[in-house]
Design a protein around this ligand. Structure first.
Ligand SMILES: Cc1cc2nc3c(=O)[nH]c(=O)nc-3n(C[C@H](O)[C@H](O)[C@H](O)COP(=O)(O)OP(=O)(O)OC[C@H]3O[C@@H](n4cnc5c(N)ncnc54)[C@H](O)[C@@H]3O)c2cc1C
Length: 342
């Protein structure tokens, strides 16, 4: 909103609205309507004097400095910033790509959930993956569908294993209160029809199966020839530039700070924003770039879909209650207001 003279901004996006994942479980649970949890990119572009290119990027030609598309001419750039998120990696679960409702990409999750619902509310729902997203969605689906369907989380690793013991204990109690089963040591290997089979032969039947497990970087990033980690994420340094590339920045889930690796979470993407914006401007002005320092611990708030939430930070902090949900709601609404007031 503070235009720099001589600098033209272009936003390339495959969608005209983008969801804020922090509010996605709250939307599934019925606390927010669709508009409240989406950023209207056309409006944002208009308010910030940005040209909007509505098309999925399919490649980057670094030599000629162009972003490539399947159905439109290339777009020239002087400086490029990539922030294209992640895509699900269900290669370890045979049949999941056809039979499961994949949580990622979240930009299309809601449409796919609503399409699945048109066939009626299933009597049994399974969520494969016991990370924060899988657990929050299980709780949100309980709120959405009421007490009728049996809901189970199928998980190979311990539930929310990256969070501290206090959060994990509170979450276990919340799941018991909500009647959500946890099937442990379940490494899903295949999904055919309504039958989820684990690597050790355990079988779980469910009419609707959501998969919220591993994710990987979009495949086309590897084809750009830019340096990537073995799992395909763009390698970036402290200035948020792709390693060895002056003109290309990358942030968010699609990028990995090789010197300060962190888990993939929106909080890191959001915190990179101000340094990215500053560095893009500095680059245009020919000034030295700033270094970004990723924090080590961060606040996690998990909503349980019943007007309560559990918060944790670092090794010790773990609190719970309806006030924690109101706190999360305040943080999330305040974040979205920055984009909707434009
Ligand atoms: C259910 C759920 C709940 C979550 N809750 C939290 C939370 O509470 N806190 C937290 O820190 N993290 C949370 N996360 C993680 C968080 O969603 C991600 O870490 C965050 O969205 C990453 O931001 P990003 O900008 O890198 O990617 P994204 O938010 O995925 O944005 C990428 C954007 O790029 C667009 N795009 C993709 N490919 C192309 C292309 N080829 N051309 C043009 N545009 C393209 C997409 O449409 C999208 O708009 C949650 C995740 C899930 C699934």
């Amino acid at each position: 909103m503070r235009p720099e003279s001589g600098v033209r901004l272009m936003l390339v996006t495959d969608r005209l609205t983008t969801p804020y994942s922090g509010m996605l479980p709250g939307h599934v649970a019925g606390f927010y309507d669709r508009d409240e949890m989406h950023i209207d990119l056309a409006r944002l572009a208009h308010a910030t004097g940005t040209s909007l290119v509505h098309a999925p990027a399919t490649g980057v030609d670094r030599g000629s400095r162009q972003v490539l598309f399947a159905d439109r001419p290339p777009l020239a750039y002087d400086t490029l910033s990539l922030d294209v998120g992640i895509t699900p990696d269900v290669s370890a679960i045979a049949g999941a790509d056809r039979n499961a409702l994949l949580v990622k990409p979240i930009s299309t999750f809601l449409e796919r959930l609503e399409a699945a619902e048109t066939e009626g509310i299933p009597r049994r729902i399974a969520i494969v993956g016991g990370g924060a997203a899988g657990v929050e969605l299980a709780c949100a689906l309980r709120a959405r569908f009421g007490t009728t369907p049996a809901i189970a989380i199928l998980t190979a690793a311990p539930l929310v294993s990256t969070l501290n013991g206090g959060v994990r204990r509170r979450l276990e109690k919340a799941l018991a209160r909500l009647g959500i089963d946890v099937v442990r040591d379940f490494r899903a290997a295949s999904l055919h029809g309504s039958r989820v089979t684990a690597a050790d032969g355990q079988v779980h039947e469910a009419g609707l199966v959501l998969v919220s497990t591993a994710a990987r970087a979009p495949g086309w990033l590897t084809a750009t020839g830019l340096p990537t980690t073995p799992d395909g994420f763009l390698r970036i340094g402290p200035t948020l530039q792709v390693e060895g590339e002056e003109a290309i920045f990358a942030v968010g889930d699609c990028a990995t700070r090789t010197d300060e690796p962190r888990e993939k979470a929106g909080v890191f993407a959001v915190r990179q924003g101000p340094v990215l914006a500053d560095n893009l401007l500095r680059k245009a002005r020919g000034e030295p770039l700033r270094r970004h320092h990723a924090q080590r611990t961060f606040l996690v708030i998990l909503s349980t879909g019943d007007g309560r939430a559990i918060a944790g930070k670092g090794r010790w902090l773990a609190v719970e209650g309806s006030w924690v949900w109101r706190w999360k709601d305040w943080i999330d609404r305040r974040f979205m207001a920055r984009f909707s007031g434009a």
